[in-house]
Design a protein around this ligand. Structure first.
Ligand code: NZQ
Ligand code: ZN
Length: 385
């Protein structure tokens, strides 16, 4: 196991009707900015619950944060927060609203060009405004981690930043908030969390027994829950387990002390920035092909994954690896997420464009071995045609 620091200060307020508890975790005299997305927070009544929980505190509302939050929109939120002398932020929504709020939190006190927070991936962030979240969509893990992804439309750039200053102080995880989600967002959530786990687990053995067993448990939980989540029935026990799994998929625990491979996400971000494909759907396109392309360097972990997650014990090594990758692909397809670029009417020209953007963003040595060069990314995408 590699050396690691594990730090995660986010308080989780889990369960039905927990929104009222935010009152105990926001200073009584705070000037709060409530950030939300399009219409869902208002339509579902969550915004009203939040208003009630904030009581007499001054609250400024900022709506309109779009899926794959845009730098331009978030900078308007920064201006409003400064003008209104806000001192606490509250995100009400899914990964996009939470990520957007993290950026706003870091940008408010930031001196210099705020876009550099993204181009420097957070290394230049030295403080941020405190914030909490009310999660309405289980998928990204943003509610309990220190990462965020922001898009700059004019540059077709979707870049991530990380900073220990942008851990949420608290996150409300109420499984009943997922009852209003459309089926497309539920299946996206399953796939996104599945890939988060895979990118921290499916690399090379590091002798990290706890992280491996946790990762395998989380993957198996998703495989078990997926049919029920995908069906869309509002079952509390199913949604509670689903929500908690997506949080654990990316809260730092399973990634501590192990090699990681975020190539699927980096290639996926370019697909979203260029062609506006849902985040999780880009991952379903890339991951199975990446596993095929990297099957030699990942062989040991692929065999462990085959046996422990899919119970594949028959056949020689190559056959078991083939079957594990086929099961992964079938898992995404079973959720209704295509694993092919063709499903989005994209072909060779799209691959050229993605590879060009990866180069422009310095994504030229991806993977746990840093061996996913632009030429390898091209081959991965060609396998997905
Ligand atoms: O905008 P509204 O009207 O609120 O609708 C949203 C949005 O259209 C809707 N929605 C959310 N909660 C709902 C609901 N509809 C009905 N009922 C509810 N309870 O769902 C739509 C999608 O929301 P979004 O927040 O975009 O989805 P998700 O949570 O999947 O977030 C995706 C973003 O997170 C980033 C992605 O790149 C993408 O930008 N990620 C962030 C990560 C992190 N911070 O660690 C890691 C991930 O890998 C990911 O990259
Ligand atoms: Zn993701």
């Amino acid at each position: 196991m590699n050396n690691f620091d594990f730090y995660n200060p986010t308080r989780i307020l889990f369960g039905e009707n927990r929104t009222a508890s935010i009152d105990e975790h926001i200073p009584g005299d705070a000037r709060v900015m409530v950030l939300y997305g399009g219409e869902s927070a208002r339509r579902t009544g969550t915004l009203d619950e939040v208003r009630q929980a904030l009581g007499d505190r001054t609250a400024v509302e900022f709506g309109g944060i779009e899926a794959n939050p845009k730098f331009e929109t978030l900078m308007r939120a920064v201006e409003t927060a400064r003008a209104e002398h806000v001192d606490f932020l509250l995100a009400v929504g899914g990964g996009s609203v939470i990520d957007g709020t993290k950026f706003v939190a870091a940008a408010i006190p930031f001196e210099g060009d705020p876009w550099s927070i993204l181009t420097e991936h957070g290394a230049n962030v030295h403080s941020a405004m405190p914030f909490g979240t009310v999660l309405t969509l289980p998928a990204t893990g943003s509610e309990m981690n220190h990462g965020a992804v922001v898009t700059r439309a004019e540059l077709h750039a979707k870049l991530a930043f990380m900073s220990p200053h942008v851990f949420p102080q608290f996150s409300v995880l109420d499984p009943t908030k997922t009852y209003t989600l459309p089926q497309r967002q539920l299946s996206n959530g399953v796939a996104d969390a599945f890939v988060h786990i895979m990118e921290q687990y499916l690399t090379r053995p590091a002798g990290a027994m706890v992280q491996d067993r946790f990762a395998e448990g989380l993957l198996q939980t998703l495989v078990e829950l997926a049919p029920q989540v995908n069906e869309g029935e509002n079952d509390y026990a199913v949604r509670a387990n689903f929500m908690w799994t997506t949080t654990w998929a990316l809260n730092g625990m399973i990634g501590a002390g192990v090699p990681q491979d975020w190539a699927t996400h980096m290639i996926g971000h370019e697909l979203t920035a260029l062609y506006d494909i849902d985040h999780a759907r880009t991952l379903a396109i890339v991951l199975p092909s990446l596993l095929r392309e990297q099957r030699t360097v990942k062989a040991e972990k692929l065999l462990q994954y085959a046996e422990r997650v899919w119970h594949i014990t028959e056949g020689d090594d190559e056959a078991r690896i083939d079957e594990a990758i086929a099961k992964t692909e079938a898992f995404f397809e079973g959720l209704g997420l295509s694993t092919h670029l063709g499903a989005y009417d994209l072909g060779e020209e799209a691959i050229d464009a993605v590879v060009e953007q990866l180069e422009a963003h310095g994504m030229t040595s991806l993977g746990e071995q840093q061996d996913i060069t632009p030429a390898v990314s091209r081959r991965i995408l060609q396998r997905s045609l």
